[in-house]
Design a protein around this ligand. Structure first.
Ligand code: SME
Length: 147
């Protein structure tokens, strides 16, 4: 196992324990973003919730961010529209990337499902190029499934 896999494996157990027993989804999103942000040292970690035809800013950690993103726009709206995790190694090379922070260099967006619908996306930004890979995708999808 790589060092990153080790770290995520430990964190996954922490996440499971942290989220168990709290019925409010927004509260669980808030604590998951805090734990991930602190433990993994990301630049921006948080959720956008599906509200009608838009994504609206939810619980997050990091610099202030844009409030609303339309379906198909930016990395978040693409992940929502295409119903899949999107990994962007270089945000400057992603057409339509929405730059909430000029410091962000790479990004991953993971859809969160509930009863067959996407109800939110987990968005994580890094200040390093190509920070996110298949390992991040696998573990973050598992964590989001706990919510
Ligand atoms: N970069 C995102 C917007 C949200 S911020 O990164 C927090 C996007 O292109 O959808």
């Amino acid at each position: 196992m790589t060092q990153k896999e080790d770290k995520y494996t430990l964190l996954l157990e922490q996440v499971r324990a942290l989220l168990a027993g709290e019925p409010d989804r927004i509260a669980r999103m808030a604590n998951l973003s805090a734990l991930l942000h602190l433990e993994m040292g990301f630049w921006w970690t948080g959720f956008y919730r599906v509200c009608g035809e838009e994504l609206v800013l939810g619980p997050f950690q990091g610099p202030v961010a844009c409030y609303r993103i339309k379906k198909g726009r930016g990395v978040c709206g693409t992940a929502w529209g295409e119903k899949r995790t999107v990994v962007v190694p270089d945000v400057d090379a992603f057409p339509g990337h929405i730059a909430c922070s000029s410091e962000s260099r790479s990004e991953i967006v993971v859809p969160m499902w509930n009863e067959g619908n996407i109800v939110a996306v987990l968005d994580i930004d890094s200040r390093e190029l190509a920070h996110f890979d298949e390992i991040d995708r696998q573990f973050l999808e598992k964590m989001v499934a706990y919510i």
